[in-house]
Design a protein around this ligand. Structure first.
Ligand code: ATP
Length: 510
């Protein structure tokens, strides 16, 4: 199955099994906005809980916050979003499609990278055991040419964005012969900047100043920094974590829930002493990768991508990228934001945002290291990594191999037949376990069909209640991945399931 086919299957699976629906579908949908269905909301809540608990419970110097979406308009001037939160866009005159110029270039780089990898792969089979990949990459003329072109794109894009000379970027797109994926033509407009914030009004009488829907959750943390520090008696270094909706008028919204206009972020700002920020940056870079790997996804599916073009506020930045069916793309950003944000809020609000360091006996604006991950992108990571089609004897089963702690339903309780007290016994088990986990109970269809439906939504356990259960107080426990079945006592179910499916069980692996 090609990656494209896989991606299409994941999208239709999400709809068919109640994970993701297009927004306002009966009105023909709303571009780049999605709703989460009965299974999607559970998966999303579990990912969010795992993230939030790993931040706030495993670190006693990190606390939570839930700041409002609406904030004072000056905040976005101070943060630089009013003037600088732009994407360079370019239109194809034939297809009338609009693209982000930097994304067109990054996609081109990815193609070059894949070509280089293909050359290396070919050589590897040709030379066998004696193959020295490093040497080959540095000496083969074709591979060197691809790598030089990738580097040239990096430097030119950086120059264009930093100097604001967008003509350089247009020239680069032309020089590389990049064509519109729809029309196949090179008939491009000039590159222009486009602000990503949505604006609205607070009330009819306060129409003079635009109120923005937050494009990131981070600023809510910065403006509450002193409130939390003082009331929580926090000592530096400490962090504030929050999850919540953010809104961006993405020009090119595509790839399903990868790039949406309304999405959720999970951000943690870590406040530290100036001069220590790069150590904390290295620390969080490692910790966050460890967190991603704790989801049981292969290490090869992740990579770090250091930023070429640092945002105006950062002195170091890296993305954690995942190998989606459409290539490696950012899931999380880790940024060393210096004292930029707190400094700007001091300047614009006229209020001091300083920390008194009793040990050093000095006042300073703390430096900040941020970890920022998209909840919806993580959702897509899990679907991409966990979707599997397995050939069984005379059928194919689709199974979502979610980490059990994140699965929407932890266990399905299935009476073998719909009579003789089996449904009642299943209900009794349900009532005993429902306080600990999300369950599903069903007595329709053959047991085989019910197992398949549970596999398709990633339920790690099925509990089958049969005639023996009535006399022996035991059930059959079926494991999703191995399909192995074993007999267990009903009284032991809670402990067995909690040990494997609770968020705590996953937190313990960190
Ligand atoms: P990209 O370069 O892909 O637009 P970004 O660098 O603008 O992302 P950040 O501002 O660093 O993203 O936001 C942090 C995280 O929020 C991203 O790593 C991503 O997971 C998520 N995110 C950002 N924009 C979107 C979006 N439009 N839809 C879904 N998730 C998003």
């Amino acid at each position: 199955m090609s990656n494209e086919e896989l991606f299409k299957k994941i999208i239709s699976h999400c709809k068919e099994y109640g994970f993701v629906f297009p927004s306002s579908e009966i009105y023909d949908g709303l571009a780049a906005v999605y709703d989460y269905g009965q299974n999607g909301v559970e998966l999303r809540n579990n990912i969010r809980s795992y993230w939030y608990q790993s931040m706030t419970r495993l670190n006693n110097n990190i606390v939570g916050l839930d700041s409002a979406i609406f904030m004072h308009p000056k905040i976005w001037k101070a943060s630089g979003h009013v003037d600088g939160f732009n994407d360079p866009m370019i239109d194809n005159k034939d297809s009338k499609k609009r693209y982000r110029a930097d994304v067109l270039l990054e996609d081109h780089q990815e193609k070059l990278r894949q070509k280089a990898d293909k050359e290396v792969e070919k050589a590897k089979t040709r030379f066998g055991d004696t193959f020295d990949e490093e040497m080959y990459r540095s000496t083969n003329p074709r591979v060197s040419e691809y790598m030089a072109s990738i580097a040239h794109i990096d430097t030119t894009l950086k120059e264009g964005l930093e100097t604001g000379n967008l003509e350089i970027i247009k020239n680069l797109i032309e020089e590389l012969g990049i064509v519109c994926p729809i029309s196949g033509s090179k008939n491009w407009t000039d590159v222009r900047q486009f602000n990503l914030m949505y604006s609205t009004q607070m009330s009819a009488t306060e129409a003079d100043e635009a109120l923005y829907l937050r494009p990131e959750t981070a600023q809510g943390i910065f403006v509450n920094f002193l409130n939390v520090q003082k009331t929580g008696r926090m000592k530096i270094p400490f962090g504030i974590a929050q999850t919540g909706k953010a809104f961006r008028n993405e020009i090119v919204a595509r790839q399903f829930i990868m790039r949406m206009k309304e999405f959720e972020q999970m951000e943690m700002q870590f406040f530290c002493k100036p001069g220590t920020e790069l150590d904390w940056y290295a620390y969080w870079k490692e910790m966050r990768m460890k967190w991603h790997l704790s989801l049981g996804i292969s290490k090869d599916s992740y990579r770090f991508h250091d930023h070429v073009k640092l945002a105006h506020y950062a002195n170091a930045a890296v993305d954690i990228e995942f190998d989606f069916p459409f290539g490696f793309k950012e899931v999380e950003g880790i940024h060393s934001r210096t004292d930029f944000d707190l400094g700007k809020h001091e300047e614009f609000s006229g209020k001091k945002l300083r920390y008194f360091d009793a040990e050093a006996n000095e006042n300073y604006i703390p430096y900040v290291v941020e970890t920022s991950v998209g909840l919806d992108r993580l959702f897509l990571v899990l679907l991409s990594a966990c979707y599997a089609e397995e050939q069984l004897e005379n059928e194919t089963r689709v199974v979502l191999r979610f980490p059990p702690a994140l699965a929407p339903v932890k266990a399905a309780i299935l009476p073998l037949v719909k009579k003789d007290g089996l449904p009642e016994m299943a209900q009794k088990i349900y009532d005993e376990l429902k306080f600990d986990m999300n369950l599903y109970i069903e007595d329709k269809d053959t047991i085989g069909k019910r197992y398949r439906r549970m596999d398709a939504i990633g339920t790690p356990f099925c509990i089958t209640v049969d005639y023996d259960s009535l006399t022996q107080e035991d059930v059959t426990l079926r494991y999703r991945d191995s399909m192995e079945q074993k007999r267990v006592k009903i009284k032991d179910l809670r402990d067995i399931l909690n040990a494997e499916t609770s968020i705590a069980s996953l937190l313990k692996t960190l």
